[in-house]
Design a protein around this ligand. Sequence first.
Ligand code: CU
Length: 164
Amino acid sequence: MPRKSTIVGLSLAALLGAALTISQGPLPFRAAAHKADVYAAGEPGDPKKPFRTVEITMSDGPGTMTYTPNKIDVRRGEQIKFVLKNTGLLPHEFLIDSFENNAKHKIEMEKNPEMEHDDPNGKRLEPKQSAEILWRFTKVGTFEFACLIPGHYETGMKGTIVVK
Ligand SMILES: [Cu+2]
């Protein structure tokens, strides 16, 4: 019955097509995992609008892990282009969020240490790598940038952003 097998073949192709369409859409999953649809610290920046550049160096040594600088002052509405450089020997992250969200996220990372970040508000950098984040600070308050790879936050990888 060649006709029937053609139909089966077609519906398999349709199913495969549907599966591929779903697998090509990872953004909603990532958003759900990180609650990235609503950001506590502002919103992704617009590259067509003016911004100020702030360079942040991530480094590590015996018993120390740091961001330099670890405190940044911003005016409300300002856009900052963070130029991140990992000069250490270990991978590091830079995640901009509220203290509360970073604390929750840190618990998730302890359960799933290999969680990778490549989001509008956060990047993971391998040693010697650099990356950029353009961010608009739309809310007044004190926010945090942090590395949530287990052990790093406790060793000093945290900083504050004061938005006035
Ligand atoms: Cu780190």
